[in-house]
Design a protein around this ligand. Structure first.
Ligand SMILES: C[S@@+](CC[C@H](N)C(=O)[O-])C[C@H]1O[C@@H](n2cnc3c(N)ncnc32)[C@H](O)[C@@H]1O
Ligand SMILES: [Zn+2]
Length: 292
């Protein structure tokens, strides 16, 4: 008789609950990965174990030398706390009413998924069709802990996405990576890609204090142009914007997850910031494959 709970990741080692189809990340391989109780293997004999925490480590030796190793633990925990406080709720509602509803077979790939909060909130009933990718171990560990039924992959999204051509119905890039040629490769013919980037006055009150003059810069035009270059046209666009009351703990988290404190100690920086309200803003852009 089993007593108490058996962690999902232990069960999933012995029973195939169905997971997102992945492909091999060994250079020039790309064969599909097949799951067995020993892990994931491809036809060329490459093998990947599942980490105890439940995610798949598909990084390759060259990823360890990456100049951008993903968010560090401090930034990941700060963003996790920030979202746990409910500061993503409005954005989640905006995205929910806007994401395509293509039915239960929709395959969703979240690039730079962070702690997985957005995916979990948006697609909680579609675990078998959801995959989050991040290069930060602390981030992917948190994601797997909070939503073990989904597929979580530690991989470098900038080097190549571990999924087959035209196999994804919805690619998400929420304040995360945008490897445009890879997004175009993996997107199904009728698929869509949803990008969220900070709006021009996102956290402007904090940036004005930290950077002296907070620069307002919209990223939308450049992103649309870049995606167009890879056959992806903007099909819809909207802005999300709100203001929240903020205390010193939240200011510290906002700085840790975005605008770095630089050389000044974070404590003294936080103490010098006397704002009580900040703006949260995001530009949301939807792309579809151009039908030439
Ligand atoms: C600003 S966070 C956004 C996280 C999440 N999408 C959210 O909105 O909460 C950016 C994420 O991209 C990840 N990242 C950075 N470089 C990456 C890469 N080359 N491949 C995959 N993920 C990467 C970071 O580790 C971090 O979790
Ligand atoms: Zn292989």
């Amino acid at each position: 008789m089993f007593r108490g709970w058996i962690p999902f990741y232990l069960l999933s080692r012995y029973y195939n609950f169905g997971m997102f189809d992945l492909c091999c990340t060994v250079r020039n391989c790309s064969h599909p990965l097949i799951q067995s109780k020993d892990g994931l293997s491809c036809a060329a004999g490459h093998h990947f174990d599942q980490a105890k925490a439940g995610y798949w480590n598909l990084t390759q030796p060259q990823d360890k030398k990456s100049s951008n190793p993903g968010d560090n633990r401090e930034a990941v925990i700060a963003r996790h706390r920030w979202l746990e406080r409910g500061h993503g709720v409005g954005l989640i509602a905006a995205l929910k009413s806007w994401l395509p509803d293509d039915g239960p077979k929709t395959r969703i790939l979240d690039l730079g998924c962070g702690d997985g909060s957005f995916g979990r909130s948006l697609f909680s009933d579609q675990a078998a069709n959801f995959c989050g990718i991040d290069l930060s171990k602390p981030a992917i560990k948190l994601a797997a802990k909070h939503w073990p039924e989904a597929t979580w992959v530690l991989a470098n999204a900038d080097r190549g996405l571990p999924v087959m051509d035209a196999s994804v119905n919805c690619v998400l890039s929420l304040f995360g990576r945008r490897p445009v040629s890879e997004i175009s490769r993996v997107l199904s013919p009728k698929g869509c890609c949803v990008v969220a980037v900070p709006g021009e006055d996102d956290l402007i009150e904090l940036r004005e204090r930290v950077q002296k003059e907070g620069r307002r810069r919209s990223r939308v035009e450049a992103i649309v142009e870049e995606m167009e270059g890879h056959g992806l046209s903007c099909s819809d666009q909207k802005q999300w914007r709100t203001q929240i009351e903020i205390g010193s703990d939240e200011i510290a988290d906002a700085l840790a997850m975005t605008y770095r404190a630089g050389r000044r100690s974070e404590k003294s920086l936080v103490a010098s910031i006397d704002v009580a309200k900040v703006t949260l803003a995001g530009d949301l852009i939807k792309f579809r494959r151009r039908q030439d």
